[in-house]
Design a protein around this ligand. Sequence first.
Ligand SMILES: [Mn+2]
Length: 391
Amino acid sequence: MLEQNIDALVMAGDVFDTPHPPHDALELYYQFLEAMDKHSKKVFIIAGNHDSGRFLQAPNFFLKNKNIHVVGRFPSDNEFNPNDYVFKVEEGKNQWFIHLLPFFRSHEVLEYVQRSKLITETEFPRMVLEKPEQLIELGIVDVMNRMIKSEYSTDEDKTKRMLVSHHLFGGFRLAGSEQSVSISGLDGLPSSLWGLPYDDLAIGHIHQTQRLREEKPRAIYPGSPIRFRFNEKREKKISILEWNDKDIEQSFIEIPEFRPVISLKLDQEDIKTKLASELINYKQNYKLAGLLEIKIKATGAVSGLADEIREILSQVEHPWELLSLQIEGQSAALSSSEKEHAHLITNIGGSGANLEELFKLYYKKKYPSQEKPSQQLLEDFKSLIEELERS
Ligand SMILES: [Mn+2]
């Protein structure tokens, strides 16, 4: 923010990855906001699907005096005050309206439609059953039109409008570690929104940087600032928008990586000689402890392998945390409890095949008298996982 001389920051949701963040994460967040205030930067934040909107909004009473604007909740009815959702940033004669649309669930929009009486009370129940997606579109478009109407602008030519959202717009690529946020009957926000008079869409949720659309409204997913999976792209970026005479130019800058996140493939006999040398260069480049995934091709007895690796890690200068150890081949040499351990630390939430193994282990723990889940149960589990991956 300081180096690039940036005036305002937009965070498009998932400030935290849990509704109840730990104290040290909260402390870091408020320290950051305090620093932004000290340097007279403006900050605009919406809640994502991982955030608790109420929790993020709770300190607004203090934050609004500091040019820090947080919107956590979708409006409950059409009596809402658009000034709580629309903010103006001025730069010379140019003005920028920032519209903050937090993550919302279908029922919130349906409640909005009902309370706002956008359709008749008799028609509402039938529409909820038959065409919920139409009601949802009606609600979202109504909110946006109210937001747009609330602006007052002296010079349309010098006015730009940005929508900040945490919902998907069609045509995106997932990095694989995002949770599904589809709203009932819709893969994302209705395409009719492309027709609303926005110049820019700043969209959260997707971890991978991408330009979704170049023409108006320009749609950018900056991506997550850090990696959430070993297989996510190393380069993480921030999207920069800059007034340039009449128009806004968009570019990306790379975010430095403070914590190495690496995946190593080693043959079992090379662990002693190669593991330390693979990790030796990280000390000078990174401030924070590294996260490590190791895949071992086993050629002999693998009992005690995890301990051996941890011993080597404790001797390397840079601190590392072993998050995942996968052992391929010769698993017969493992004791059953070691096998279980190796399975359990294998990429939880990774591929469907691993999840199936994990499910079998869980089942065995939960129902010790039964050897394994029935074929039907396994099939059901697999189809649920597939559905999850597709969404
Ligand atoms: Mn998200």
